[in-house]
Design a protein around this ligand. Structure first.
Ligand SMILES: *Cc1c(COP(=O)(O)O)cnc(C)c1O
Length: 230
């Protein structure tokens, strides 16, 4: 089952790349494994998956300790400042920086370990009340502020689009995030290279790729529905 679902997602990513004249190598598939038990992740690993996304610090920490070292872990969920220290040296990329306090904490914890933390800025493009993230107009001043942090590197932008029936409805959201990344790029801010666009989930990753996504975060499409009751 997992193998077939993974192959189907792969085929759809390839097709979206073909439609938009992009190379498959421009898009990283993040297998969102939150709530899924270790054996399921191991099975995905056996099938060649090396990039996993988790949204809870404790779960990421545990899974990181029990699975092979060549896995790239991505923190895709909301991150509380007091938990930064548990994952800072375990993740390739933090997708969800949305406050100055969080950026400062990441800088401080990265400095302690003498590492450079790679981060994305989470943008609430759709301005949904329930979602985290900066408003579009807040992003450039924010990036200019944290660009000076020596142990933090801004690598791009992330958004969680609304849940919609028809993924086409999210196309303008993805196009807006892409435009914002171009606008930031034109500012030539020192130490900032917004080449990563993390956008698109199971419901809308094909449209996101057509609009320039370089990372898609796919959970359900690979692993099936999540059961939050257990
Ligand atoms: C859960 C989650 C995903 C994956 O969602 P699916 O619809 O299952 O693909 C992607 N991004 C974030 C931030 C998530 O929390």
């Amino acid at each position: 089952m997992l193998k077939e679902q993974l192959m189907e997602v792969e085929a759809k990513i390839q097709a979206a790349c073909d439609r938009s004249g992009r190379d498959r190598s421009e898009v990283t598939l993040i297998a969102v494994s939150k709530t899924k038990p270790l054996p399921v992740l191991k099975e995905a690993y056996e099938l060649g998956v090396r990039v996993f996304g988790e949204n809870k610090v404790q779960e990421l920490d545990e899974k990181h300790g029990l699975l092979p070292d060549d896995i790239h872990w991505h923190m895709i969920g909301h991150l509380q400042t007091n938990k930064v220290k548990y994952i800072i040296d375990k993740v390739d990329l933090i997708h969800s920086v949305d406050t100055l306090k969080l950026a400062e904490t990441i800088e401080k914890e990265a400095a302690k370990r003498n590492i450079t933390a790679r981060v994305l800025i989470e943008v609430n493009v759709a301005e949904e009340e329930s979602k985290f993230g900066l408003k579009v107009e807040e992003v450039i001043p924010f990036v200019e502020k944290i660009a000076t942090f020596p142990h933090l590197r801004v690598c791009g932008l992330m958004t969680i689009a609304p849940f919609v029936e028809n993924p086409e409805e999210n196309r303008p959201i993805f196009a807006n995030l892409h435009k914002l990344s171009v606008d930031i790029g034109m500012k030539n801010i020192d130490n900032v290279n917004v080449s990563i666009l993390s956008m698109g989930m199971t419901n809308d990753y094909e449209v996101a790729i057509e609009e320039g996504a370089t990372m898609v975060r796919v959970g359900t499409g690979i692993f099936g529905a999540r059961n939050y009751a257990v």
